[in-house]
Design a protein around this ligand. Structure first.
Ligand SMILES: NC(=O)c1ccc[n+]([C@@H]2O[C@H](COP(=O)([O-])OP(=O)(O)OC[C@H]3O[C@@H](n4cnc5c(N)ncnc54)[C@H](O)[C@@H]3O)[C@@H](O)[C@H]2O)c1
Length: 266
């Protein structure tokens, strides 16, 4: 039997529960290896997107990604390590889109040192960019989504949300933190129409994982633990992303969704 909440959820469903055309999205770190394919997936699904990123030639890149007859892609250059700049960049994104329905946090940096030598300056930088900026952007976007009673937040977590890794203690701490704040925001916001989930990519063939791929000992060990028998590609994340951004996932919140070729099951 339907209760009031069930009915509300059912009413939101469109005839195609995966239809997100006309929605407005902000993707932080959207100029990165994974971000770029997520921007393209949302654009191709009819979503107008603002990319928040620090890369030098952001505006030229964004022009390349804007395709006639597809939803528009904008760029706002921002340093997410600077809290004032982050707030200004977010406001500019909302000004361009007029609102925000979808937030994807795909920013991230990696610093590698032995644990006993890990510099505190690198720790601070990784935590600020990988965790604090995710917290702040969730909070800012969430305030707008809560007033509308609908929104989709997808944070990009990691296998290091579950494991400690090697030589990456700050990254592992930041990604475990991303998983935890995903659940914290979900606990408070899901009943108010804003779902908050994370995607935990496995080993994806990008510059961030190049050091591991080049390691003659670790690479075959990792590959042997992936039931699908291959590393992932940035495109492998797009189906799960579109699902988590669409009404098809309206009853899914607080989940850390591994996209890892089955690795976590081994
Ligand atoms: N590549 C992988 O295999 C993998 C696996 C698990 C998780 N992840 C996570 O996925 C996300 C994207 O990773 P990626 O491989 O695309 O990395 P990437 O380095 O290609 O992309 C990260 C993006 O964040 C941006 N960024 C970094 N610092 C910034 C700052 N101060 N201000 C604004 N933007 C900043 C970069 O410019 C870049 O465009 C990250 O959160 C990463 O931790 C990646």
């Amino acid at each position: 039997m339907l209760n009031g909440n069930d009915k509300k959820g059912g009413e939101r469903m469109t005839s195609n529960p995966f239809d997100i055309s006309g929605k407005k999205a902000i993707i932080s770190g959207g100029a990165g290896d994974l971000g770029r394919s997520m921007v393209a997936a949302l654009r191709d699904a009819g979503v107008e997107v603002v990319v928040l990123d620090i890369i030098e030639n952001l505006h030229e890149k964004v022009n390349d990604w804007s395709i006639p007859d597809k939803a528009k892609v904008h760029g706002v250059k921002v340093n997410l390590a600077d809290r004032g700049d982050l707030a200004q960049g977010f406001d500019e994104a909302v000004r361009l889109l007029k609102t925000v329905d979808i937030l994807v946090n795909a920013q991230g940096i990696q610093r590698r040192h032995r644990a006993e030598e890990f510099p505190i300056s690198d720790w601070d930088e990784v935590i600020e960019i990988n965790l604090t900026s995710v917290f702040l952007l969730c909070q800012m976007a969430g305030r707008i989504m809560l007033t509308k009673g609908y929104g989709k937040i997808v944070n990009i977590a990691s296998m290091q949300s579950f494991t400690g890794g090697f030589t990456i203690p700050a990254y592992a701490a930041s990604k475990a933190g991303v998983a935890q704040i995903t659940k914290s925001f979900s606990n408070e916001w899901a009943s108010r129409g804003v779902t908050v989930n994370a995607i935990a990519p496995g080993y994806i063939d990008t510059k961030m994982t190049a050091a591991v791929k080049a390691d003659p000992v670790r690479y075959p060990r990792i590959l042997a633990r992936i039931p699908l028998g291959r590393w992932g590609t940035p495109e492998d994340l797009c189906g799960p992303l579109l699902f988590l951004c669409s009404p098809a996932s309206d009853y899914v919140s607080g989940v850390i969704f591994p996209v890892d070729g089955g690795m976590l099951g081994t």
